[in-house]
Design a protein around this ligand. Structure first.
Ligand SMILES: Nc1ncnc2c1ncn2[C@@H]1O[C@H](COP(=O)(O)OP(=O)(O)O)[C@@H](O)[C@H]1O
Ligand SMILES: O=C(OP(=O)(O)O)[C@H](O)COP(=O)(O)O
Length: 394
């Protein structure tokens, strides 16, 4: 990597503003998967051992510039404190005089977690005033938030203009592993794209169609493609204005000689809950008042077979609503196939895909679990990551 890292600077006694991605899954006010917190520990521990005063900053969810009580970072601070085995001070703001007063009290090696940076409208606008206000708290900026590196926000990019700016260990490792896998991919190379962030992911498919041998579409994304084939999708997730694009992707796959896979059958539910009534239907038989929530058994078999015969697989986005056991089988089948594929290098991207692999106790069977979904996809697209570009060159 041509960017400076924490190892290249002296942080002893300095206040370090360290951007992390603690955008973790939560339920009933508790962190349900702490993968992203654990992934940031090497950098945090290194900084504390070096005698820095560590300010951690993160977003949680998409509060759109307003305070949303459920998106405060207190539960994250509590989990981090358990993992670090030391006190984590938590402030209710992310900059300003109250925060400065708390920083004054820190000793070398102490850790403080700032409030959700997306409570401020300036964060996502990469507002210079907010970036300066963050920079005003610290002497050095460390970006370890690979998962948010594709966002040009005040705490991921803007702040780097005002402070010495370096990468953390997680950022470095992610860029190294993903870069290596993609520079000269082993073939057959398969990409599996699912999840719910249709708008974010659909464009990535276009560039993957230039690189991969097999493309598998699943999860909430699939319904825009099912619609593009002319079928009804009932109450399933649908991005109306991407239907034509989905159609063009299927044509492009054919033209490029890419094997294109999408569900042939799905599990539909009459309710978004574990107690829903379910049916397995082919994709042209989705009842109008039901919702597609998982991949069906035939689809699972086809996907597992493609995985088995691949040398490199990147997987981003669950195949269904895996958080509900009733709709977890499609995601589980893909995770199991990846775990069993011994000669296949498996790269998992995305907070929810990583959480799914954890839930099925298969995390240690994967070669690399990226903490970034959108970020790893944009990296694989060859796009510049603003959170990386903003850092100081070596
Ligand atoms: N058919 C579906 N309908 C609605 N939501 C879905 C469907 N399939 C998957 N999801 C949801 O997608 C979410 C993950 O999407 P996304 O954020 O895009 O993935 P990742 O975090 O892995 O990048 C999960 O919460 C899952 O429940
Ligand atoms: O969870 C994240 O993205 P991901 O689900 O694509 O991995 C990152 O924290 C970025 O969040 P955002 O997509 O709200 O900017």
């Amino acid at each position: 990597m041509n960017k400076k890292s924490v190892k290249d600077i002296d942080v002893k006694g300095k206040v370090v503003f360290c951007r992390v991605d603690f955008n973790v899954p939560m339920k009933d006010g508790k962190v349900t998967d702490d993968t992203r917190i654990r992934a940031a520990l090497p950098t945090i521990q290194y900084l504390t051992e070096q005698g820095a005063k560590v300010l951690l900053a993160s977003h949680l969810g998409r509060p759109k510039g307003q305070v949303v009580e459920e998106l405060r970072l207190d539960a994250v601070a509590a989990r981090l404190q358990e993992l670090l085995g030391k006190t984590v001070v938590k402030t209710n703001e992310a900059y300003g005089d109250t925060v400065k007063a708390e920083i004054e009290k820190l000793q070398n090696g102490d850790v403080l977690l700032l409030e959700n940076v997306r409570f401020y409208a300036g964060e996502e606008k990469n507002d210079a005033e907010l970036a300066k206000a963050f920079a005003d708290l610290a002497d050095v900026y460390v970006n370890d938030a690979f998962g948010a590196a594709h966002r040009a926000h005040a705490s991921t990019a803007g702040i780097a203009q005002y402070l010495p700016a370096v990468a953390g260990f997680l950022m470095e490792k992610e860029l190294e592993v993903l870069g290596k896998a993609l520079s000269n991919p082993d073939r057959p190379f398969t990409a599996i794209i699912g999840g719910a962030k249709v708008k974010d992911k659909i464009d990535v498919i276009e560039s993957l169609l230039e690189k991969v041998d097999n493309l598998i579409i699943g999860g909430g994304l699939a319904y825009t493609f099912i619609k593009a084939l002319g079928h009804g999708v009932g109450k399933s997730l649908l991005e109306e204005d991407k239907i034509d694009l989905a159609k063009s992707f299927m044509e492009k796959a054919k033209a490029n000689g890419v094997n294109f896979y999408m569900p042939v059958d799905i599990v539909v539910g009459d309710d978004f809950s574990n107690d829903a009534n379910t049916q397995i239907v082919s994709i042209d038989q989705i009842p109008s008042d039901w919702e597609g929530l998982d991949a069906g058994p035939k689809t699972r078999e086809i996907y597992a077979d493609v995985i088995k015969n691949s040398k490199l697989v990147i997987w981003n986005g669950p195949m269904g609503v895996f958080e509900l056991d009733t709709f977890a089988n499609g995601t589980k089948a893909v995770a199991q196939a990846l775990a069993e594929a011994k000669d296949t290098y498996t790269v998992i991207g995305g907070g929810d895909s990583a959480a799914a692999v954890e839930k099925f106790n298969l995390a240690d069977k994967m070669d690399h679990i990226s903490t970034g979904g959108g970020a790893s996809l944009e990296f694989m697209e060859g796009k510049e990551l603003p959170g990386v570009t903003a850092l100081n060159d070596k």
